[in-house]
Design a protein around this ligand. Structure first.
Ligand SMILES: Cc1cc2nc3c(=O)[nH]c(=O)nc-3n(C[C@H](O)[C@H](O)[C@H](O)COP(=O)(O)O)c2cc1C
Ligand SMILES: *[C@@H]1O[C@H](CO)[C@@H](O)[C@H](O)[C@H]1NC(C)=O
Ligand SMILES: *[C@@H]1O[C@H](CO)[C@@H](O)[C@H](O)[C@H]1NC(C)=O
Length: 389
């Protein structure tokens, strides 16, 4: 049934991307280069959708800027001739601690769509989380990229019988975990923000698929999710359950008590509630609340390898990238996604080597500190009367 849906033409009126206009002379050195190329390549509505933020966009900006308030504490004179970036996530071995966050409408950004993203991730042996707001059936993604590590993102829908059918479908297609997004209350968001959406889309991976529908058809399906639903989910599937959108130690503690397998610190890239703290600032409290009882992940504002390093140092098992992966996809399909992951990996490796760490599991809190720590070491005014009086 679902593979038949895949043969439907994806009806996105605006989806007439991608003459790669910036590919010839431009050099791609960092994530920002891919962002600029994506902007050149994409229809303004598609680009605007990627960059969308809730209300003032403060949380979006602070996600990025907060990484710059940390400082590295390098340790030297160690043998760093071999750097190993491999790690595990829910017991799966991956080559890099950088995965791809779930994001919607990839066919709007490149004709390869989410299969391009999946194969870019698989080429790096990296984890990808498939968004349920995608136009390629989740089974088809699995068939096209059978060797990829993939988890499935889900929103809660009622009745639970529909949700259960969906979970069985995800299990049957071989996805290795369910990432339940808990920070979105759909009707609240679309009322107050100015997102651009495709006029019509095949929503084939939501619990109640809609072909040629509008975003409202799907957002109306998203139900309020409570801890009861988390208990229910844990009860109906053996797949690991990860809660995406945790920002407080209180919710992290509850998550552990409700038996979840992963706490995913996220504020949806600043696209839902504006005014929360940057995710990197929320991480430390969550790590202390969880005390090693489950894995912790983070996304939001990761734009270079040093950001990855900072999050790992503060206790994330792995990080995820949302917009950077899309910039790569919009630049050059699967290859672009791979290139973005390569750049972040190279930057992470250099940061590890230059701080004297050779394995991901050795990147500990002692390697980072808040900039304010240094400010507190000195009198606030060094030229005060105290010195010269
Ligand atoms: C274009 C776009 C679409 C997104 N769609 C989804 C989605 O369908 N489900 C979801 O849980 N999160 C979605 N997100 C949020 C991302 O999973 C992630 O939390 C966020 O992008 C991380 O911030 P970053 O973009 O700074 O890396 C989306 C983000 C973007 C940019
Ligand atoms: C895009 O990817 C192709 C391989 O798929 C490669 O030959 C080409 O150089 C890439 N272009 C850019 C701009 O990186
Ligand atoms: C878990 O499943 C069992 C058996 O299906 C059922 O009796 C029980 O009520 C369920 N618990 C929850 C919290 O859904």
């Amino acid at each position: 049934m679902y593979s038949a849906m895949g043969t439907f033409v994806v009806l996105i009126a605006l989806m007439t991307s991608t003459v790669t206009v910036c590919s010839v002379s431009r050099r791609f050195v960092n994530v920002q280069d891919f962002k600029e190329c994506a902007k050149d390549n994409l229809h303004p509505h598609a680009y605007k959708y990627i960059e969308s933020v809730f209300t003032r966009g403060q949380t979006h900006d602070e996600n990025i800027d907060a990484f710059k308030t940390f400082r590295l504490r390098p340790r030297h004179l160690r043998d760093v001739s071999h750097i190993d970036t491999s790690t595990t996530v829910q017991g799966q071995a991956v080559d890099i601690p950088i995965g791809i966050s779930p994001s919607a409408f990839h066919k709007w950004f490149h004709p390869e769509g989410v299969i391009g993203t999946a194969s870019g991730a698989a080429a790096k042996n990296a984890l990808m989380i498939l968004s349920e707001v995608t136009g390629t059936p989740l089974e088809e993604v699995d068939r096209a990229v059978p060797h990829g590590h993939r988890w499935m993102q889900a929103y809660m829908v009622k009745p639970r019988s529909d949700m259960l059918r969906h979970i069985r479908r995800v299990e049957a297609a071989g996805y290795k975990a369910i990432v339940l997004t808990i920070d979105e209350v759909a009707l609240r968001r679309i009322t107050y923000s100015n997102f651009e959406y495709p006029a019509s889309f095949d929503y084939v991976n939501v619990p109640r698929p809609v072909i040629g529908g509008s975003v409202g058809d799907v957002e109306n399906q998203i139900d309020t999710v409570t801890w009861d639903d988390v208990d229910w989910l844990k009860n109906v599937t053996r797949l690991p359950i990860i809660l995406k959108g945790i920002l407080t130690p209180e919710d992290a503690e509850l998550a552990v008590r409700h038996g979840v397998d992963g706490v995913y610190v996220s504020n949806h890239g600043g696209r839902t509630l504006d005014g929360t703290t940057a995710t990197i600032n929320a991480l430390w409290d969550v790590v202390r609340a969880v005390r090693g009882r489950c894995e912790i992940y983070l996304d939001g504002g990761i734009r270079n390898g040093r950001d990855v390093y900072t999050a790992l140092a503060l206790g994330a098992q792995a990080v995820f990238i949302g917009r950077p992966a899309i910039y790569g996809l919009a630049t050059n399909g699967s290859q672009g996604v791979q290139d973005v992951l390569d750049i972040l990996t190279n930057e992470l490796e250099s940061t590890m080597a230059l701080t004297g760490v050779t394995r991901v599991c050795d990147i500990s809190p002692s390697y980072v500190v808040k900039q304010s720590y240094y400010e507190n070491q000195f009198p606030s005014n060094r030229f005060s009367a105290k010195f010269f009086g």
